[in-house]
Every structure is written in C-alpha cells, then in structure tokens.
Design a protein around this ligand. Structure first.
Ligand SMILES: [Cu+2]
Length: 184
C-alpha cells in the first residue's frame, strides 16, 4: 500500500460527511413547523363586492418585526401590483394597503418571518367585484422576491437527490482512482 492511497482516506471521509450533511439539511428543512397563516380578510377563495382598502393576514404566532422582512404582493388578473407601501405588522397580524379598483381574481402572495426566525411564504386568492370585468394583460404576473424563497418542498427534495447522486458519483470516481493507484 502506498502512502498516496492512505492520504486519500481523510478526503473521502470529508466528502462522505459533506454528502450526509447536505442531504440531512435539504430533507429536514421543509419538515420543520413554522407559524401558519390562520385567516385573512378577505378570506381565501371568498368573493367581495369591490377591492378593499387593505388585506389583513393573521398568523399562529407573533411575527418577527424587522424592516423589509415581511412582504405582501397583491396582483390582479393582468399582473398589476395593487399593494401600496410596506405592510404593517401588529403582533400576529399583517396588513397591506391596496390601491386601485381592480375587479376579478386577486392573488395575494406573502412572505413573513416566523416567530422561530424562519421565513415562511404562501399565496391565496379571492374575487373582487365582477369576474367578467377582470383586466386582461400579460399572462405571467411579475414574480415578487418572495417567490424565490417560497420554493415547494419537492424542489428541495429534487435538489437533495441531485446533490447526493452527484457527490456519490464523485466518491465512486475517487475510490476507483485510488484503487488504480494501489494496483500500480
Ligand atoms: Cu421554523
């Protein structure tokens, strides 16, 4: 056995540790419980006579109050942003002022920081006024920054699988390389 082969061992162990660490983080993260959205005004899937002056979201815990961490995007069928100014946080409730008189389906996308310090996000919609009077426009609504952090759990599972497969291939290649050296 050459000293070269022996010096490879710690590196292999480090790679294996990295694999297990990454896999553990990616799989465990989405399973942790955070504060949930309990209710909203207007309520999800409800119909209201006209676009209200504000939407209010109520959560299961007192949210973290730091400038810019809580964001609410409210868009109509054409993707026009209806939120005006920054949301106001009061304990477990967040209010976002709205502007305009859009009718039809209204989508609310929210991102807040849970009482345990973790960002959580989600979306719901309601209908304002006459659905037939909904504005038409670009099919793709502008994605708020919140969308990037609100990736579904399945995405992270796929990422975990890809990472594990990639690093496993690397480990196999390293083992094969060290074995070749041993045989030399
Ligand atoms: Cu959490």
């Amino acid at each position: 056995m050459s000293t070269r082969t022996r010096s490879r061992r710690p590196r292999l162990l480090a790679v294996l540790g990295l694999v297990l660490g990454l896999a553990g983080t990616a799989v465990a993260a989405p399973a942790v419980a955070h504060d949930d959205l309990l209710a909203s005004d207007p309520a999800a899937d409800s119909e209201v006579a006209q676009l209200p002056d504000a939407v209010t979201l109520t959560y299961s815990g007192v949210l973290i109050d730091e400038p810019g961490v809580n964001a609410i995007s409210v868009t109509d069928a054409a993707g026009t942003e209806l939120a005006e100014g920054t949301p106001t946080l009061d304990g477990t409730t967040v209010s976002q002022a709205l502007t305009g008189d859009s009718q039809g389906p209204i989508t609310v996308r929210w991102r807040v920081v849970s009482s345990d310090g973790h960002p959580v996000s989600g979306e719901f919609s309601f209908t304002a006024g006459d659905p037939a009077a909904a504005p038409t426009g670009p099919a793709e609504p502008s994605e708020p920054d919140a969308a990037a952090e609100g990736l579904p759990a399945v995405f992270w599972i796929v990422v975990a699988i890809v990472v594990v497969a990639g690093v496993a291939a690397l480990v196999v290649a390293l083992v094969a390389a060290s074995r070749r050296r041993t045989e030399d």
